[in-house]
Design a protein around this ligand. Structure first.
Ligand code: ZN
Length: 126
């Protein structure tokens, strides 16, 4: 089962996630964790989205290629005015940049820096 529980992360990754979320809270910056651990089966279903199933493409990672499966990644969204931050607005992008900065400060690699941007994604390679 896919999870948004931080306890599903490796202990090292969980402490980084805690530090990140604490810093967000300290700044009065609202965020929500949407995913931590994802099984290989769930990763394949996500990869199929926008390719062989409905929806838009959200990942380039097939099963075995995502650090969510290794409990080394989490997805986090900034909340603005009660809604998930939009990357298409200036205010939304400000929030994403702020979140990316905080995540990188605690040591995560940020998907927002990738060529195929994955703004909510934060990971620690093994
Ligand atoms: Zn992710």
């Amino acid at each position: 089962m896919a999870s948004r529980d931080l306890d599903q992360l490796l202990p090292e990754v969980k402490s980084m996630a805690d530090a990140m979320l604490n810093e967000c809270q300290r700044q009065g910056f609202k965020v929500v964790v949407s995913c931590t651990y994802r099984s290989a089966q769930e990763q394949d279903a996500l990869y199929a989205q926008g390719r062989t199933t409905a929806g838009r493409i959200v990942t380039n990672a097939r099963a075995g290629q995502s650090l969510h499966e290794q409990r080394r990644a989490l997805d986090v969204y900034p909340i603005i005015h009660g809604e998930l931050a939009d990357t298409k607005t200036y205010e939304g992008m400000q929030a994403w940049q702020k979140l990316g900065f905080i995540g990188k400060q605690v040591g995560f690699e940020w998907g927002g820096d990738w060529t195929m941007r994955d703004y909510p994604h934060f990971q620690l390679r093994g």
